[in-house]
Write a protein that binds this ligand. Structure first.
Ligand SMILES: NC(=O)c1ccc[n+]([C@@H]2O[C@H](COP(=O)([O-])OP(=O)(O)OC[C@H]3O[C@@H](n4cnc5c(N)ncnc54)[C@H](OP(=O)(O)O)[C@@H]3O)[C@@H](O)[C@H]2O)c1
Length: 631
């Protein structure tokens, strides 16, 4: 079996980080709480699979059933039938050989574990009637506060943002710059340590002021009048009061109308303690900070906006993951990122119901570059990772120079890299970053968003098969879809061994990460996230972005603008993305449809006609100017 790092036994986390603060283990037989601590890894999918050859085989067979029938319910039924058959066989065999414990035999022979417990979230705040009353009260208060702000200054909002240097935060800043109702944005930034890639030594540290200045430049705002709106303060969300110096706090208490808490550690392979510290402690500090503002006499504070993720529902299969409800997923979490974001959501709910904090929770699905052109300001996370691996493999395959032997080794390696562990029908929920930021900014002005959990997700999910087809069309590469269980347990370990032997440790590492980390999102039985409040509550357009077009633009953008993650300099990316945005706008005007809807050849020929892609400069000046997000 493949050994995953997360499945190893690890020392228990300190008590203040124990999962039992949020989660309880309940006996299936008696319905009573099992008073026993449990390790965080028990809450992950990996801990409950691939422990026995028969389990691996059964999962592989289920995947084949889904592939053949497209019917996940049939696969689940068959799985149950197989389990029943296994148990029956074990009972018969144990009678024959005089073994008294048929369960033990079933476990040894067929890997059949009978779970004797389940997990659930601990939540004992208020009675349902009291919850309803509190929610109505918080919405009313927010409405009054917003009206008061409007009367005094014609709705001029003053917002504190954490996570402004991140992918989502940058888009929030860009849209805020063009929003006349936002008067000021205070961005909390921590210093950035730059290390030498080879020696890991610290070469320099960028101060929050320098990072803020760079950010404005990256967002094309340096000479823009909106630059005046932004202020950058030093801070760290893992510190009390968000680490903001005392001298800055007094002014903020008298001015801020909103806090948007967007900072988090979005790493799917972080250890539990690290994820907890950033995502739970960071959220707790932000909630306490907002509560302090709310209770400060004379403060104009309206609300706290918590940015979460729709994957707080983990691997909840079968039932739709509802916006209003968070239950512990029957099939556990993919990683500690999801788990700790869910714990943070529970804390946010507690602050709202127990302490009366006015709060809205926004839960984006998997965020990708903006819908018009795929611009992502250098983000390389999540879905970008496999696309960039495939793109670089394509480049390796088309290399013509050098020795024949080197070329053929490179080509063999590239072919090995072109495997994507995914069931063809697995549905992935992608949402462009501009829609997410639009939802975040809308929530500032919608008192009805208070006490709501809103999914910023798609209603037209993309399948692994559509990803495969789009990658083939856009990047000219034939990616093989591998059955995830077999890939995880057989192909991937073999592949990494071969690559390591060939001295290709980095590629082996990348593939291992891709398989074990991203693989969980492309198996069958992905959660379906309910949507609706994005339109009803936030007032966003009911036509949600087309996921296939958005993914197509991700491929095009990463190919031309990012050179598949190889253009790393933030200024260069910003320069390129400005040109790219203009070109996408021209395409829309010329062809009367979005660039993502344009067939691959037409798109390519338009781009090649106007862009010198080596130097990334236009061959002729732009015909018109790209509009701001508000126009
Ligand atoms: N990207 C997605 O697909 C996705 C999907 C659903 C939900 N979300 C949520 O959206 C939010 C933003 O995600 P993202 O993709 O923009 O993440 P990102 O690009 O990784 O950015 C994370 C941001 O958080 C900041 N941060 C982290 N720890 C901090 C600390 N201790 N103190 C101060 N700042 C800190 C980072 O600052 P530095 O620049 O200093 O590191 C950065 O600005 C997160 O809450 C995430 O859970 C993201």
């Amino acid at each position: 079996m493949q050994k995953l790092p997360m499945a190893h036994s690890t020392p228990s986390p300190p008590p203040e980080m124990a999962p039992s603060r949020y989660i309880e283990k309940v006996s299936l037989a008696t319905g009573e709480i099992v008073e026993q601590d449990f390790e965080p890894r028990r809450l992950l999918v990996h801990s409950h699979r691939d422990y026995h050859l028969v389990d691996v085989y059964a999962r592989f067979m289920m995947s084949r059933v889904v592939k053949a029938t497209g019917d996940e319910e049939t696969a689940r039924r068959k799985m149950k039938e197989m389990r029943r058959l296994g148990h029956r066989t074990a009972r018969v065999l144990s009678r024959m050989i005089g073994q008294r414990d048929p369960k033990r035999l079933a476990r040894a022979l067929f890997g059949l574990k009978n779970r004797e417990y389940y997990f659930r979230y601990k939540r004992h705040y208020l009675e349902p009637d009291a919850i309803e009353a509190r929610v109505a009260e918080l919405k009313d208060e927010a409405r009054e506060r917003l009206e008061a702000t409007r009367e005094e200054s014609g709705l001029k909002l003053r917002v504190l943002l954490t996570g402004g240097t991140g992918f989502v935060g940058k888009e929030v800043l860009w849209q805020a710059a063009h929003d006349p109702e936002i008067a000021e944005v205070i961005v909390v930034i921590r210093p950035k340590v730059i290390r030498d890639r080879k020696t890991n030594e610290v070469t320099k540290t960028l101060s929050p002021e320098v990072r803020g200045r760079d950010l404005l430049e990256e967002l094309w705002l340096t000479d823009h009048e909106a630059a005046e709106k932004f202020r950058f303060v030093a801070g760290d969300v893992e510190e009390p009061n968000l680490g903001i110096p005392e001298g800055d706090l007094a002014g903020l208490r008298n001015n801020l109308t909103h806090v948007i808490h967007c900072a988090a550690s979005v790493a799917f392979d972080d250890p539990y303690e690290k994820s907890f510290s950033s995502n739970v402690n960071g959220t707790l500090n932000a909630l306490r900070f907002s509560l302090g503002l709310q209770s400060h006499p004379g403060s104009p504070f309206v609300a706290h906006i918590g940015i979460e993720t729709s994957y707080i529902h983990g691997r909840q299969t079968k039932n739709v993951a509802l916006e209003d409800e968070i239950v512990f997923p029957r099939n556990f979490y993919n990683n500690y990122y999801e788990l700790t974001k869910a714990m943070a959501s529970i804390e946010t709910e507690r602050f709202m119901l127990e302490k009366g904090l006015r709060v809205a929770q926004l839960c984006p699905a998997i965020v990708i570059g903006e819908s018009r052109g795929g611009n992502n300001r250098g983000d390389t996370k999540v879905v970008n990772a496999p696309v960039n691996v495939f793109g670089r493999a394509r480049q390796a395959l088309s290399k013509t120079g050098g020795r024949w032997r080197d070329r053929s080794t490179a080509a063999a390696i590239a072919r090995m890299a072109c495997v994507f562990p995914g069931d063809p029908s697995a549905e992935i929920n992608l949402i462009p970053v501009d829609r997410v930021a639009a939802g975040i900014l809308a929530s500032l002005k919608k008192p009805n968003a208070i006490a709501e959990r809103v999914h910023l997700a798609s209603d037209n999910r993309i399948t692994s098969q559509q990803i495969q087809t789009t990658v083939a069309e856009e990047l000219d590469i034939d990616v093989k879809l591998a059955e995830p269980t077999l890939h995880r347990n057989v192909t991937l370990p073999l592949l990494t061994k071969v690559l390591n032997r060939l001295g290709q440790g980095r590629t082996a590492n990348a593939l291992e990460k891709l398989g074990s980390i991203f693989g969980g999102y492309s198996e069958w039985g992905q959660p379906i996230h309910e949507v609706g409040k994005d339109v009803e509550v936030l007032g966003l357009s009911s036509e949600r972005p087309n996921a296939v077009h958005a993914f197509r633009m991700l491929c095009r953008h990463n190919k031309w603008v990012q050179n598949f993650g190889q253009v790393k300099d933030a200024r260069e990316i910003s320069r390129r993305e400005k040109i790219w945005r203009e070109i996408m706008f021209e395409i829309e005007e010329k062809h009367g449809q979005s660039a993502g809807a344009l067939p691959v050849l037409e798109f390519r020929s338009h781009v090649e006609e106007v862009l010198d892609s080596d130097a990334f400069v236009r061959r002729s000046p732009p015909e018109s100017t790209a509009p701001s997000p508000s126009s």
